[in-house]
Design a protein around this ligand. Sequence first.
Ligand SMILES: [Zn+2]
Ligand SMILES: [Zn+2]
Ligand SMILES: [Zn+2]
Length: 767
Amino acid sequence: MDERAAWTITVAGRVQGVGFRPFVHRVATRLELDGWVCNTGGHVELSVAGPPQALSALVRALREDAPPLAEVRRLDTAPGPEPPPVPGSGFTVRGSATAPGGRNAPREIPPDVATCEACLREMFDPGDRRHRYPFVNCADCGPRATVVEDLPYDRERTTMRDFPLCTACAAEYEDPGDRRFHAEPVACPDCGPRLRWDGLTGEAALTAAVAAVAGGAVVAVKGLGGYQLVCDATNARAVARLRERKRRPAKPFAVMVRDIDTVRCLAHLSRAGHAALTSPARPVVLLTARRRAGVVPGVHPGTDTVGLFLPTTGLHHLLSRVLDRPLVVTSGNLSGEPIAIDDEAARGTLAAVADGFLGHDRRIHARYDDSVVRPVGRTVLTVRRARGLAPAPLPLPTAAALPVVAAGAQLKHTFALAEGTQAFLGPHTGDLEDADTLGAFADAYAGLVRLTGIEPRVAAHDLHPGYLSTQWARSLPVKRRIAVQHHHAHVAACAAEHGVRGPFVGVAYDGLGLGDDGTLWGGEILVADLTGYRRAGRFATAPLPGGAAAVRRPARMALGYLHGAEPLGTGPPPASLIESFTRRLDPHEVRAVRAMVEREVNCPRASSAGRLFDAAASLLGLGDDVTYEGQAAVALETAAGSIRAEALPWSLRRVDGLWVYDPVPTFAALLEGAADGEGVPWLAAAFHRAVAEVTGALVERVVRAGGPRTVCLSGGCFQNARLLTEVRTLLRSQGLRVLVGSVVPVNDGGISYGQAAVAAARIERGG
Ligand SMILES: [Zn+2]
Ligand SMILES: [Zn+2]
Ligand SMILES: [Zn+2]
């Protein structure tokens, strides 16, 4: 008799919702093994019997040949089940089992996957039963994180349970040879979700919506992770109407185009950009628009950067192909509110924005906005980590010995859950400033706790007591709370993403974050590891006249620098130069702001790089007011174009043991250049160059004093491609190893992951 063995194999990682069980079935059947495979908890478990060589071959295949979307992180084998599978009984896929006993790792939730080529071919094949069916999907594609209510991942625990399978779909689902074998969201026109538009359904609903968009209307479309607002990107009036109704005057809109050739017509496309656009997550990719690119200027006013993306779902493909023009597709919300996911709520909040609603009857369980990335050279920065990317886990360099929740910051808010070496970065919630966004955060948190099975015992949060996220963390029933300084979290996020525990030099350039001395920081050079940091350099402080009012109005910030910059020996610019700037402003405002600055009334001081860029933009006449964060910096970057320039003057001073950048000479030169008729593009480029050289000099002084030679760049300012490229090139030329976040946002969306990394390291250190 042949020798036989029986094994139980547990596979952990991204193994559910990615066609893993069908893959196991194919391999085990080919190897003539007996047994079964099922989802347990967030893992996949095999009970299998056969000749030992065949079992070893199976394990090898599990490790090496897994489906493209799967990621096997851990594979354990143990002696097989009692009784072992019966010889000759064959191999089957079983329904899910609840995990026996304790868990061995947090469970992974599969992210949503864009419609695959095979499904698209069916959808556009007039002879196929899914011809023009917008909810087409298979084991390799379709909704996942947005419809999963609980794990293990099976149809009955997704919002697809509302749709009992018809005979034809059930046959595909049960046929091991079919590409829809155990595809949980499988659906067809007979049994699946249907489009709706007023009283119309299916194709008639689509036709009505298409006619509305073609006629210049703004249409609310129920997408994967929430409602989206759609209009014709080639129709100036439609775009203007959307801006006005959404109360979003200037922030660029994302544009969906039908295929990659259309992307090439609209924008310059690098290899990294191409890869990002066609990745399974189908994020919005920020690219440089070609001149006269075919979308109206109102789509991306004041910048030549345009966000383009390819269709994600069958519905998006149908809309793009039928309308055959670029479409604005933006979050279905009013500025600042969470994206609408509930049909009734959407009808309420979006009634004043949308002329019509193209909905359907599949519930959205979890809110996922569109993801946004920006290629810079060969690096792809994640600007917003949401649909298709979150909540895939990220590794932590120091294992979290206790389960951790990291509450994040305030703007571009995210939270993170961590246990062991895995951190789950939740989807982008928006700016955490009111009860609605706080509610959206609480929902997302409860959902991710249930799905991952992580029950936090430690809460990490920002130092800022006023952040809603900090207050939320303080209200949690945990055994320990860890406050993490904002910029330490920024640079720790970068280090942790690259597996660096430290020490390293952290360069954190952002808008504002609370420092450990009670003042506002934002242009910081830190010597750090994951447990702590020492401030080694910074930008000079300047007053924010009126606090938040100065953030919304860069002209105030410019006045703040001109009249109240930290005195570092250079003295303010000559009055005549200041006059050259202030004469285009309202004299009442100039006097009032000056008085505020001189009396130090409502003028918190900050050492912020973001505010420095704001002031420079206003000094160059590129915008005295902003309506979204980073707008002034975007204007400066755009103005500089591809011009090369020498740096404007700058100087460093030593203050209380820190190297401090004095921007007054830089600003004086900026005003002088403008007065002499130097072009704005050259001055904008020269300003960027100065900040890059300042960064190089600050880091060099730290390294020369014995500091580490690894540099972690982080903070929202590094979304500026020119700044990032110049700083990175310069630091590399100094022989340093330079890291920047790629999958973790450099903006405040990455703070929670940084907090989790710091908390894990502090728990390990026992401090
Ligand atoms: Zn598919
Ligand atoms: Zn069906
Ligand atoms: Zn920040």
